[in-house]
Design a protein around this ligand. Structure first.
Ligand SMILES: Cc1cc2nc3c(=O)[nH]c(=O)nc-3n(C[C@H](O)[C@H](O)[C@H](O)COP(=O)(O)OP(=O)(O)OC[C@H]3O[C@@H](n4cnc5c(N)ncnc54)[C@H](O)[C@@H]3O)c2cc1C
Length: 372
């Protein structure tokens, strides 16, 4: 019987796993080295989507992730952290237009909602866009996509876990795992605290490989950093996620926009002490690209800049579920966690408690990552 589960990390994955475990009656301790949502989940574009996810099993997992957000937001009074407002996307270069056409054709064949808009139709949805910035046609629209506010989601999930009896330990890093007799028996924290346990779930995001190493497991990761620019409030109507050739953006509450340009992700630098800086010129390029899209946002400035580290397993796919050689050690690690974690965390929690009914996690197991 699983009496006590230690969940390592309190981002979107850890909070989702913890809430699902506690709801099922398990005793849960969630441990975070810092503050809940202080990791990648606090520095993410958090677009909920499945328009470019391959292979099919991964696409389907993302679709189910989006459905889980829809259900939770509908179930919780004031659960307004989820914004299913749609996503507009267009391309400039010929090769990019062809890639977008291919992407739309693929997801339509999967039964995913997508359609093509012309300029007038796009402006009917986003009237403050500069018409000159839009092509005459060939604007892809994915109406079921949107974004989630991860910090508010984490707060809700942890509150639900605590209400069901979970303990949240913050500002105390996991520094050791005691592994004997083919299982993890205890978790050691920097404070000196020792938590005896029946199971652990590694939800440490970009640090997941370090936690795995404490249990003698090698998790290959290829994390990357992304630069996110949060603007000053501007009185322009932006309701959807917009993927334009020079900048991606979405609303971020209180009239602010969140801007991201993949081309400038390399402008983030990390010093030997771990201090993160971003070249100001790169931030200016991102803000200028946002202003060029919305003439009404001419006065917009960068209010803050955050750098997030994407937790990306080496083959790009999630690592989820029980480890065969250490059966009370479980992973819940992926990129696209804003989309996936609510659903995937629930699947992992069910498996921890032996309540999994089908093998939905089969394509995403740790064992496939072994270097042969
Ligand atoms: C720039 C950028 C854009 C993104 N865009 C999207 C997007 O549009 N859509 C999407 O779905 N996803 C997106 N993602 C990915 C998504 O944000 C992540 O997959 C998700 O936030 C990961 O959540 P997590 O809970 O696994 O990790 P985290 O939020 O990082 O949580 C892990 C936690 O573990 C804790 N921890 C680490 N080590 C220890 C330790 N030793 N002891 C205790 N605690 C520890 C950390 O403090 C942290 O709080 C993006 C990411 C980035 C960086």
């Amino acid at each position: 019987m699983v009496a006590h589960v230690v969940v390592i990390g309190a981002g979107v994955y850890g909070s989702s796993v913890a809430a699902a475990l506690a709801r099922r009656g398990a005793r849960v301790t969630v441990v975070d080295a810092g503050a809940p949502a202080g990791g990648t989940s606090g520095a993410t574009f958090s677009w909920t989507n499945s328009c470019g996810k391959q292979p099919r099993s991964y696409h389907d997992l993302n679709v189910t992730g989006m459905e889980a957000h829809r259900r939770l937001a509908a179930d919780v009074p004031h659960g307004d952290w989820y914004h299913e407002t749609g996503n507009l996307e267009w391309a400039a270069a010929e090769a990019d237009r062809e890639a977008l056409s291919g992407k739309v054709a693929t997801v339509l064949a999967y039964g995913y909602e997508a359609r093509w808009l012309d300029r007038a139709e796009a402006l009917a949805l986003e009237p403050d866009l500069d018409p000159a910035a839009l092509p005459e046609d060939g604007i892809a629209y994915f109406p079921r996509e949107g974004w989630v506010e991860p910090t508010r989601l984490v707060a809700h999930l942890l509150a639900a876990a605590v209400a069901a009896g979970a303990e949240v330990v913050r500002d105390d890093a996991v520094t050791g795992l005691e592994v004997t007799g083919g299982g993890v028996r205890a978790v050691r924290l920097a404070s000196g605290r020792r938590l005896t346990t029946d199971a652990v779930v590694d939800c440490a995001g970009p640090q997941a490989a370090r936690i795995a190493a404490l249990a003698g497991l090698a998790l290959p990761m290829r994390n990357t950093r992304g630069v996110l620019v949060y603007t000053s409030p501007v009185a322009v109507a932006v309701s959807r996620v917009v993927h334009a050739p020079q900048v991606h953006l979405r609303p971020d509450g209180g009239g602010r926009l969140l801007l991201h340009t993949p081309d400038v992700d390399g402008a983030a630098h990390v010093s030997d002490t771990g201090a993160v800086t971003v070249d100001q010129a790169a931030v200016d390029v991102v803000v200028e690209a946002g202003r060029a899209l919305y003439p009404g946002a001419r006065g917009m400035t960068a209010e803050s800049v955050r750098v997030g580290e994407r937790p990306i397993p080496a083959d790009g796919l999630p690592v989820l579920g029980r480890v065969a050689e250490l059966p009370n050690f479980h992973f819940a690690v992926s990129h696209s966690g804003a989309t996936l974690s609510l659903h995937a965390g629930g699947l992992v929690a069910a498996e921890v408690l032996g309540e999994d009914r089908d093998d939905a996690l089969a394509p995403f197991r740790f064992e496939r990552t072994a270097v042969h």
